[in-house]
Design a protein around this ligand. Structure first.
Ligand code: PAF
Length: 284
């Protein structure tokens, strides 16, 4: 596996991969890789001739009181994992390469960015949309792979790519890949490592309580009451607070107080021991 740290080196290496008309799949990450990321790499390998992964802890998507400095950085370990999964190229720019002096552009996707994590983390999705647009333009992949765990992020990226005409020819498809879970159901996340043993045990109540709320809603129970019970179950389990627990249309992310027949999603963000966990599941 090659590693590129400059745009020139990246372009040269991607051009070599593409020689002969071969396809390139991009897996954008912030590092601290786990099985969820490696699943994205495997999906990209199945779909494309070559995989390019990026590792960039993007400062513009962290709020002033968030964990930018504490965010785990382990480039050597991540690089070895990507190599053993058959990744062809690692794109690992520095902050100065990604945002050279004088950088003034911001991409803001309204609507889908506004609620849920967007409401709790002002500016977060502008940072995501801007850096992902840059990654698409830098690598020009045929396909890009993102985890469905960040459901709202995926919706924002799809809207950005559609509105800015990035879908063709630069990014042929944006592929959402199902959330990978630990044995007890907790969605894999680089932030799970912040949890104490006690909080890690309690965190498994999140997917369990979500499944219970979904079976109630799908069974015809009142949505607001089912969501209230879900929040109560999380607080009882040891969560400090619930930022949101809502039912929404799966693509527009408009909140729903009843099922409409269109695909819906239960989205939750809750805090435990200083760590904010998010999860989402389909509701039919
Ligand atoms: O999901 C992530 O790891 C990040 O938000 C992404 C898409 C790599 C953009 O920085």
């Amino acid at each position: 596996m090659q590693t590129a740290n400059t745009l020139e080196a990246l372009r040269e290496s991607v051009a070599k991969l593409r020689a002969g008309g071969e396809t390139v799949g991009l897996v954008p990450t912030m590092g601290a890789l786990h099985e969820g990321h490696l699943t994205l790499v495997r999906r990209a390998r199945e779909a494309c001739d070559h995989v390019v992964a990026s590792i960039f802890v993007n400062p513009t998507q962290f709020g002033p009181n968030e964990d930018l400095d504490a965010y785990p950085r382990q480039l050597a370990e991540d690089s070895a994992m990507l190599e053993s999964e058959g990744c062809a190229l690692l794109w690992a720019p520095t902050v100065d390469v990604m945002y050279p002096g004088g950088f003034v552009t911001n991409i803001s996707v309204s609507g889908v960015s506004d609620g849920f994590c967007g409401a709790d983390r002002p500016g977060h999705f502008d940072g995501v949309a801007t850096v992902v647009c840059k990654l698409f333009n830098q690598v020009r992949p045929d396909m890009a792979f993102f985890g469905e765990k960040d459901w709202q992020q995926l919706a924002v990226i799809r809207a950005m790519a559609r509105d800015l005409d990035l879908v063709l020819p630069h990014v042929h498809s944006i592929i959402g890949v199902s959330t990978v879970r630990e044995a007890d159901g907790l969605a894999m996340s680089s932030r799970n490592r912040y949890l104490s043993q006690k909080d890690r045990t309690a965190a498994a109540r999140l997917p369990a309580a979500m499944k219970q709320a979904i079976s109630q809603i799908e069974g015809g129970d009142n949505v607001a009451q089912s969501l209230k019970a879900l929040k109560g179950a999380l607080i009882d389990a040891g969560f400090a607070s619930v930022d949101y627990a809502e039912l929404a249309d799966a693509s527009s992310l408009v909140s729903l107080d009843t099922l409409t027949g269109a695909p819906a999603r239960l989205l939750v963000a809750a805090r435990i021991g200083g760590t904010r966990l998010i999860d989402n599941m389909a509701v039919n």
